[in-house]
Design a protein around this ligand. Structure first.
Ligand SMILES: [Zn+2]
Length: 84
Protein backbone atom coordinates (compact mmCIF):
# COMPACT_ATOMS: atom_id res chain seq x y z
CA UNK A 1 0.00 0.00 0.00
CA UNK A 2 1.48 3.32 -0.99
CA UNK A 3 0.46 6.61 0.52
CA UNK A 4 -0.14 9.65 -1.64
CA UNK A 5 1.96 12.73 -0.96
CA UNK A 6 -1.09 14.30 0.71
CA UNK A 7 -1.45 11.25 3.00
CA UNK A 8 2.30 11.31 3.80
CA UNK A 9 2.07 15.00 4.74
CA UNK A 10 -0.99 14.31 6.92
CA UNK A 11 0.78 11.36 8.60
CA UNK A 12 3.88 13.46 9.31
CA UNK A 13 1.70 16.17 10.87
CA UNK A 14 -0.25 13.59 12.90
CA UNK A 15 2.93 11.96 14.23
CA UNK A 16 4.75 15.25 14.95
CA UNK A 17 1.79 16.55 16.95
CA UNK A 18 1.57 13.40 19.05
CA UNK A 19 5.22 12.35 19.39
CA UNK A 20 6.56 15.61 20.86
CA UNK A 21 7.22 14.00 24.22
CA UNK A 22 7.54 10.41 23.11
CA UNK A 23 10.79 8.67 23.93
CA UNK A 24 11.81 5.26 22.73
CA UNK A 25 11.02 2.88 25.61
CA UNK A 26 14.22 0.93 24.94
CA UNK A 27 16.90 3.64 24.62
CA UNK A 28 15.28 7.03 25.41
CA UNK A 29 15.90 8.53 21.95
CA UNK A 30 13.19 10.89 20.68
CA UNK A 31 13.89 10.76 16.94
CA UNK A 32 11.95 8.29 14.80
CA UNK A 33 12.00 7.83 11.05
CA UNK A 34 8.90 6.84 9.13
CA UNK A 35 9.21 3.80 6.92
CA UNK A 36 6.71 2.00 4.76
CA UNK A 37 3.13 1.09 5.34
CA UNK A 38 2.11 -2.45 6.15
CA UNK A 39 -1.17 -4.27 6.55
CA UNK A 40 -1.71 -6.75 9.33
CA UNK A 41 -4.53 -9.26 9.46
CA UNK A 42 -6.12 -9.18 12.91
CA UNK A 43 -8.57 -11.82 14.07
CA UNK A 44 -9.11 -14.87 16.23
CA UNK A 45 -6.55 -17.52 15.35
CA UNK A 46 -7.68 -21.09 15.87
CA UNK A 47 -5.12 -23.80 16.77
CA UNK A 48 -5.66 -25.20 13.26
CA UNK A 49 -4.28 -21.98 11.80
CA UNK A 50 -7.63 -20.74 10.52
CA UNK A 51 -8.31 -17.07 11.29
CA UNK A 52 -11.92 -16.10 12.01
CA UNK A 53 -13.52 -12.69 11.85
CA UNK A 54 -10.28 -11.26 10.47
CA UNK A 55 -9.89 -7.71 9.33
CA UNK A 56 -6.89 -6.07 7.72
CA UNK A 57 -5.52 -3.00 9.47
CA UNK A 58 -3.03 -0.53 7.90
CA UNK A 59 -0.06 0.73 9.93
CA UNK A 60 2.93 3.01 9.33
CA UNK A 61 6.24 1.81 10.81
CA UNK A 62 8.14 4.44 12.85
CA UNK A 63 11.67 3.26 13.60
CA UNK A 64 13.89 4.63 16.40
CA UNK A 65 17.00 6.09 14.73
CA UNK A 66 19.28 4.80 17.52
CA UNK A 67 18.20 1.26 18.42
CA UNK A 68 15.72 0.35 15.70
CA UNK A 69 12.81 -0.26 18.05
CA UNK A 70 9.68 0.11 15.91
CA UNK A 71 6.32 1.67 16.69
CA UNK A 72 3.30 1.05 14.50
CA UNK A 73 0.87 3.93 13.95
CA UNK A 74 -2.62 2.85 12.96
CA UNK A 75 -3.60 4.68 9.79
CA UNK A 76 -7.32 4.03 10.10
CA UNK A 77 -9.86 5.20 12.65
CA UNK A 78 -9.29 5.49 15.55
CA UNK A 79 -5.77 6.56 14.72
CA UNK A 80 -4.36 8.80 12.04
CA UNK A 81 -7.60 8.51 10.06
CA UNK A 82 -5.82 8.40 6.69
CA UNK A 83 -7.57 5.28 5.44
CA UNK A 84 -10.97 3.67 5.88
ZN1 LIG B 1 15.45 3.35 20.66
Amino acid sequence: MALSQEQRDALNTYVRERMKTLRCPLCGNNVFKGYGVLKIEVGDLEPSGVTWDATTMPFAAMVCTVCGNTLFIHLGKPGAGLTE
